[in-house]
Design a protein around this ligand. Structure first.
Ligand code: UD2
Ligand code: MN
Length: 570
């Protein structure tokens, strides 16, 4: 009896151990999840286990899943020669080295010495989630034209960008690499590179800025898909296929990789968080932000795309006809900045979408300052560009942009007639639609500021039950109730998120509180002497004595019933 029990325990233990192994093996196995299946249709799983890959890559498997699985190595010498054609890489790099005693940060705002020391290529960590390695792609993906604009880029970073593309992309997907030299001091920086097979060089006759330069590059592209890159990037393993796959499946998608960080000091390649998306504040300042918690909870598959309200701007893939159909870029924007908002609003509002693909990784040197000059000044250029984006796309919500960036008011931004025309022709959604459907996390700012009483003799305008209005005895000091405090933020008269609203446009119509909306014409007021005039009807806020309900009537500002003396609450 005892022996039978011992046998049973032994069998159970073995079964348990086998079960655990099976479970772990299953978890490591490539999975056909709904999104990876749609993101990349199966053409057969890639082989696993340590083995040198054809491209000169060595696969290393580790049990620790937070660490990289694959380290990419540079290709062998004979492959190098094929890659670069007649281009003399050594001469190209040697003729522009940092001189002894020179500040290595001065010219490029990153450590040039370190970049030069690294040479034209290096192995970098594969920073993707381990499951990305088993995602597969259509065998017939279309090819792309890579567009890189630059102004006085360091030779070593520019060459590393190009070589990383050539080394880490399936060759048949790279139609060409178009360099747009935005009037750099030395034309040879670009010209010499065109000796590399597939690399073309276009040079601007004068400084145009990155926006017009990209439009020029896109115009010259011969592939049906455009891929934009900054001139100081390093693309990572299989960076391109996930993006082309998504755009091939739906040409209205505009997709970006996760942008890893290349240290501006020591050029270390650092993995960026996979839980971030692009966001902004009302001053149109771009920021990386956490994916909202509900979306994060719903993400069961880490290879799934992440919807993003805006893209950082520099690195993305877009169908060429869609780029042209949507109006390319606003070519009246200068040098740098703001074009990423304009493009993002336009894509979302006019029928497309923006996403970040976690299985695509590209490293980028983020800098703390611009290493180049702005002919009109940095601040004025940013204001001009973002004002154009706000004026064309943000409807009445642009008031929050101006409130957050008061210095933008009155600054020149040129004519936007052609862009407004474009918006009409494309029949785009409103900014309100964008806020509600794409970026509900961007809250309408709490109106900070001062409160006032609106006094009529000894009586004060007061709200009851959230929406009804009346007059009541004015209180003072700490006993003033919130219901008597008004915020006068032209053209609105607010109490928190509620606004003084007329119920109809005719004389005698009642006035009450309704949720504030920048679009609502029934909420627009302006002081007229001691009276408060409703802007659209031209009628004035009126309360017949004694303490009649507030209505609008013909303006007679001298009448006591239309006199509303604002008194600041301190
Ligand atoms: C970010 C974007 C950048 C652009 C910018 C907003 C990334 C990784 N980078 O700034 O692409 O969207 O936000 O406008 O998302 N350049 C020119 N001509 C000029 C100035 C710049 O060709 O007059 C080139 C420059 O050499 C570089 C690219 O434009 O290749 C972007 O400039 P950046 O690297 O200074 O911008 P960055 O990364 O700070
Ligand atoms: Mn950059």
């Amino acid at each position: 009896m005892r022996r039978i029990r011992a046998n049973a325990i032994a069998i159970l233990t073995v079964a348990w151990i086998l079960g655990t192994f099976y479970y772990l093996w299953q978890d490591n196995k490539p999975r056909a999840s709904p999104s990876s299946a749609s993101q990349a249709r199966a053409v057969g799983a890639k082989s696993r286990g340590p083995k040198p890959a054809a491209s000169g890559r060595v696969d290393i498997r580790r049990e620790d899943r937070t660490l990289p699985l694959i380290v990419t190595h540079p290709p062998r010498a004979e492959q190098q020669a094929q890659l670069l054609g007649s281009f003399d890489e050594k001469a190209y790099l040697a003729s522009k080295q940092l001189k002894a005693g020179e500040d290595p940060y001065r010219e490029h705002a990153f450590n040039l010495q370190e970049s030069d020391r690294l040479g034209s290529e290096r192995a970098i960590r594969d920073t993707r989630h381990y499951r990305c390695a088993s995602v597969t792609f259509d065998p017939d993906l279309p090819s792309t034209s890579i567009i890189i604009t630059f102004h006085n880029e360091a030779r070593s970073t520019l060459l590393r960008t190009i070589k990383s593309v050539l080394i880490r992309s399936p060759p048949h997907l790279i139609q060409e690499i178009i360099l747009v030299d935005d009037f750099s001091s030395d034309p040879e920086d670009c010209q010499l590179l065109s000796q590399i097979p597939k690399v073309r060089c276009l040079r601007n006759e004068r400084r145009e800025g990155l926006i017009r330069s990209r439009v020029r590059g896109a115009g010259a592209a011969s592939a049906s898909i455009l891929t934009f890159l900054d001139s100081h990037c390093e693309v990572n393993t299989d960076w391109l296929q996930p993006m082309i796959q998504r755009v091939k499946e739906d040409h209205t998608r505009v997709v970006s990789p996760i942008i890893d960080v290349i240290s501006l000091d020591n050029f270390a390649y650092l993995a960026a968080s996979a839980d971030l998306r692009g966001g902004f504040d009302w001053s149109l300042h771009f920021k990386w932000e956490q994916i909202p918690i509900e979306q994060k909870m719903a993400r069961t598959d880490p290879t799934q795309p992440i919807r993003t309200p805006v893209i950082a701007g520099g690195i993305f893939v877009m169908d060429k006809s869609w780029f042209n159909h949507l109006g390319q870029y606003d070519t009246h924007m200068d040098i740098w900045g703001g074009e990423n908002f304009e493009l993002s609003f336009r894509v979302w509002m006019c029928g497309g979408s923006l996403e970040i693909l976690p299985c695509s990784r590209v490293g980028h040197v983020f800098r703390k300052r611009h290493p180049y000059d702005f002919p009109e000044g940095n601040a004025l250029t940013y204001i001009k560009n973002t004002r154009r984006a706000a004026e064309v796309w943000m409807d009445d919500y642009k008031q929050y942009y101006y409130a957050a960036r008061p210095s933008a008011q009155g600054k020149a931004f040129g004519s936007i007639a052609d862009r407004l025309d474009l918006r009409r022709k494309l029949n785009c959604n409103s900014f309100r639609w964008y806020l509600e459907n794409v970026y509900p996390e961007l809250k309408i700012p709490e109106q900070k500021g001062t409160y006032s009483l609106l006094k009529q003799g000894g009586l004060c305008l007061e709200s009851y039950n959230r929406d009804t209005l009346g007059l009541a005895e004015c209180k003072s000091g700490s006993s003033i109730p919130a219901s008597q405090k008004w915020m006068l933020v032209e053209p609105q008269i607010r109490q928190h998120d509620l606004c003084l609203t007329i119920t109809a446009f005719s004389s005698g119509s009642k006035v009450r509180l309704e949720p504030c909306s920048p679009k609502e014409s029934r909420q627009r007021w302006k002081p007229r002497g001691p009276a408060l005039q409703h802007l659209v009807s031209g009628l004035c806020l009126d309360s017949q004595p004694p303490a009649g309900p507030p209505v609008i009537s013909q303006c007679r500002p001298q009448m006591a019933s239309q006199s509303w003396e604002p008194q600041l609450v301190t």
